[in-house]
Design a protein around this ligand. Structure first.
Ligand code: FUB
Length: 362
């Protein structure tokens, strides 16, 4: 599907090595606010962290597949991870070797989706979702969340033999608070299976999309405090509830505000910013609170829809500024072959975030 054209970085753009060809069927590079960080591989779901003064991005590594797009995301057939390193913003982006392959994860069968990473006491932790090996009637495993460790932020990482006990669904995002406590935010509806866990137990016959209860509180993403070993949950996961301006839970039918997937937490000036994707309405949103557990009050959109079905964010302060990392399909114009980007995030004096339009050049 990809045309054999060479992608050329726009002046001032952040570009890595050039190898992935661009499909001219999508919008031209000049139509996009930002340019891909790397073009030699497809990447998505960027979780960015600053370790030792450098930015490390832990993305999904998208791969071509003949599987058609469906509501379960079977076209997202990723089987390994590669880490990106940015020594200087605006400079070269280094693409690491294979950091972890699903064939080396004892419990997982396929689809290693959006990962995250953390550092504690000389060890780097890679958190990742994957389908387990207990196949259901459709031949699919249940999503669990695993952890792997390394002494090097670029990997390779060695996976634990089992997924994190009590974990389910996908999109782990790990946040360490100023008091040293670490929390994992996770979950995603539709293909991410969160709706099947609505009762607290996996429903093998549950809906493949959401709960279809438009007038009920929307399904919440999950938050859980991590154990000191960074490989376990210290408690049962709780709901990360999003409230509207009247203090009422956002409803399931409110697709422009309700949680879908892609949790990411950051803290700024004492306020907890819970950020997430709305999935089928394609927004990145944020809600704020005074505790890492929430509840969080809906504040607005961070990013308007990108080219492509999904986007998935991280937000990090680096080299004196705040940065949004996200993904679109500029290089391929195919939903499952994405490319990560970064752009500066601007806060207003009251702590609200200025909404970004990814299709407006700046
Ligand atoms: O990359 C596969 C899935 O698509 C991720 O887990 C979601 O967040 C969405 O980006």
């Amino acid at each position: 599907m990809k045309a054999g054209l060479l992608f050329v970085c726009a002046a001032g753009a952040l570009c890595g090595d050039v190898a992935v060809a661009q499909n001219t069927a999508g919008a031209p590079p000049s139509a996009f606010r930002d340019q891909p960080l790397v073009t030699s591989i497809y990447t998505a779901d960027p979780s960015a962290h600053v370790f030792g003064g450098k930015i490390y991005v832990y993305p999904s590594h998208d791969v071509p597949t003949a599987t058609p797009d469906d509501d379960l995301g079977n076209e997202y057939a990723m089987h390994d991870y590669r880490v990106l390193r940015i020594d200087r913003i605006g400079g070269k982006v280094t693409v690491g070797g294979v950091a972890l392959d699903v064939k080396d994860v004892p419990w997982a069968s396929k689809q290693v989706w959006a990962p995250d990473a953390a550092y504690r006491n000389g060890t780097y932790y890679l958190y990742f979702p994957a389908r387990d090996k207990h196949l259901d009637k459709n031949g699919l495993g249940t999503f669990r969340i695993g952890v792997a460790t390394s002494k090097n932020p670029m990997g390779p990482f060695k996976a634990e033999p089992k997924p994190i006990a009590g974990s389910f669904s996908m999109d782990p995002a790990v946040f360490t608070d100023t008091d040293g406590q670490t929390y994992m935010y996770f979950g995603g509806i539709w293909g991410g299976q969160l709706q099947r866990w609505a009762t607290g137990h996996f429903d093998p016959n549950g809906s493949d999309t959401d709960l279809l209860q438009d007038n009920q509180p929307a399904l919440s993403g999950k938050v859980v405090r991590m154990g000191a070993d960074m490989k376990s949950f210290a408690e049962k996961p709780r709901d990360a509830i999003i409230l509207d301006e009247n203090g009422k839970p956002v409803l399931g039918g409110d697709h422009e505000r309700r949680f879908f997937e892609a949790s990411w937490m950051f803290k700024r000036k004492g306020t907890y910013y819970y950020t997430y994707s709305t999935g089928d309405t394609h927004f990145l949103n944020y809600a704020t609170g005074t505790s890492p557990y929430g509840p969080f009050t809906y504040r607005g959109h961070i990013l308007k829809p990108v080219q492509g079905w999904t986007t998935h964010q991280s937000i990090v302060r680096a080299q004196g500024k705040w940065w949004l990392f996200y993904a679109d399909t500029q290089l391929s114009n195919r939903n499952h072959l994405r490319n990560v980007k970064m752009t500066e995030l601007t806060f207003n004096a009251d702590g609200t975030i200025q909404t970004i339009d990814p299709m407006k050049a700046h």
